[in-house]
Design a binder for this molecule. Structure first.
Ligand SMILES: NC(=O)c1ccc[n+]([C@@H]2O[C@H](COP(=O)([O-])OP(=O)(O)OC[C@H]3O[C@@H](n4cnc5c(N)ncnc54)[C@H](OP(=O)(O)O)[C@@H]3O)[C@@H](O)[C@H]2O)c1
Length: 253
């Protein structure tokens, strides 16, 4: 058997080493958007090829369709610790109780088939309602109880990352948009993350493919003709960053 090429890894929390390039499973929700539900057994077989290639880390969320179930099926087939499953809790806006947090964590544990979630990332829709801080304290308690291995955030800005860390929440990571189109995370957020030892996990790095060779020398796509949620999302980023022609400069054209 040909030895597999080494895949670069990085430690993001005590006892948690992930591949630097990881596989995002938001696209599962997109594949299921018409109500189709992927067969977790078949889908896990497809993902096994990634693990065999050394890409052992997967990123998902509570709302990524069957992603957690597929990842759970994959995990059951592999040796303990061979795959790293990162997920997210994205509660509805409004008050959060400890029971809500526990229910969310228990649901993810059941779907992933794990006693302890490798990394649970928290998203809030609004900072003006302090419930987001309550949620983080509850998650910290669940971490101390052993249900969560490492605690992460997603889409937090620098000011609120600082508040969370200064409040004693042990934040390992913050998953944020980062690409040649969108370098908002490069300034104050990076400084805050360095200060508190928080690792930044970048998503949207190829803007859903809009920053790839597939879109070189092509006219601006009609928003209505874009096929994937990822393309639709980053098409809005392109508009915010100055339009299609400007985005081509990022591609070297
Ligand atoms: N925390 C958050 O709020 C958040 C938000 C968005 C995403 N995410 C995470 O980030 C992951 C990746 O998501 P993303 O879609 O946002 O960003 P992305 O990595 O910029 O885009 C991924 C898509 O780009 C296309 N692509 C990749 N390489 C390409 C290439 N060389 N040529 C052409 N197309 C290429 C693929 O599209 P095709 O599949 O069509 O080939 C792929 O599905 C998600 O699955 C999710 O885990 C997190």
């Amino acid at each position: 058997m040909t030895p597999r090429p080494p895949v670069d890894t990085t430690d993001i929390a005590p006892g948690l080493t992930i591949t630097r390039a990881l596989t995002g499973l938001w696209q599962v929700a997109d594949l299921e958007r018409d109500g189709t539900v992927l067969d977790p057994v078949q889908a896990a077989t497809a993902l096994a090829a990634y693990v065999d290639a050394g890409l052992t880390t997967f990123d998902m969320a509570d709302h990524y369709g069957s992603a957690e179930l597929i990842a759970g099926e994959l995990r059951r087939r592999r040796a303990a610790g061979e795959v790293q499953l990162l997920t997210k809790w994205v509660p509805e806006p409004g008050p959060v109780t400890k029971d809500d947090a526990r229910a969310a964590v228990d649901r993810a544990r059941a779907r992933l088939g794990v006693e302890r979630i490798d990394l649970l990332q928290f998203h809030t829709w609004a900072y003006d309602d302090p419930s987001w801080m309550d949620a983080l304290f509850y998650l910290q308690e669940l971490k101390e109880e052993g249900a969560i291995g490492a605690l992460g955030l997603t889409n937090f800005d620098a000011a609120h990352l600082r508040v969370a860390c200064a409040s004693g929440v042990e934040v390992a990571t913050n998953q944020i948009a980062y690409s040649l189109l969108d370098r908002r995370a490069a300034g104050d957020l990076t400084e805050a993350a360095r200060h508190y030892g928080v690792r930044l996990l970048g998503y949207g790095t190829v803007a859903g493919g809009l920053l790839s060779e597939r879109w070189l020398d092509r006219p601006a796509p009609d928003a209505g003709a874009l096929e994937t949620w990822s393309q639709m999302k980053y098409h809005r980023f392109v508009a915010a960053a100055g339009g299609w022609d400007r985005s081509r400069v990022c591609c070297g054209r």
